[in-house]
Design a protein around this ligand. Structure first.
Ligand SMILES: [Zn+2]
Length: 134
């Protein structure tokens, strides 16, 4: 089960600036941390600000029909829509989809993985350069 692009496209719908800025942020690897709790439909992430000395914590609770039910961000626009939240959604689409594909390739069909919540953090611990980002 992949993370749908619809979360991002619904969130940024009609707002070209949000789309563009979040695409740039993901391409520039500004998403420093991303943890997805699939059961709770909850995402927590850290996005680097455009100015390099800051990063913002973002939380997103996904709703039904590929919507964002609740979200917070530490930036000045954090109560409203901001491109940090959009970046997290786009990052989820790009990376969780890939992860799911990769997992299905690696795992032997007969050794099904235990049914427990794995976050991106568990699967891919962030390298030091992400944690101590300068
Ligand atoms: Zn923000």
């Amino acid at each position: 089960m992949a993370f749908s692009i619809l979360y991002w496209s619904n969130y940024t719908a009609g707002t070209a600036k949000l789309m563009r800025k979040s695409e740039t942020a993901v391409q520039s690897e500004h998403v420093l941390k991303f943890v997805y709790d699939r059961d709770a439909q909850f995402i927590r992430g850290i996005v680097q600000a455009s100015m390099r000395d800051r990063s913002y914590q973002v939380t997103i609770t996904l709703g039904s029909n590929y919507t964002v039910e609740q979200s917070t961000c530490e930036c000045v626009n954090g109560m409203d829509k901001c491109h940090h939240k959009a970046s997290i959604l786009l990052y989820g689409y790009k990376n969780l989809s890939k992860t799911d594909v990769r997992q299905s390739w690696i795992k032997h069909p007969k050794s099904a993985p235990p049914r427990q919540t794995k976050t991106m953090e568990d699967l891919f611990p962030a390298p030091d350069r992400f944690i101590n980002y300068r």
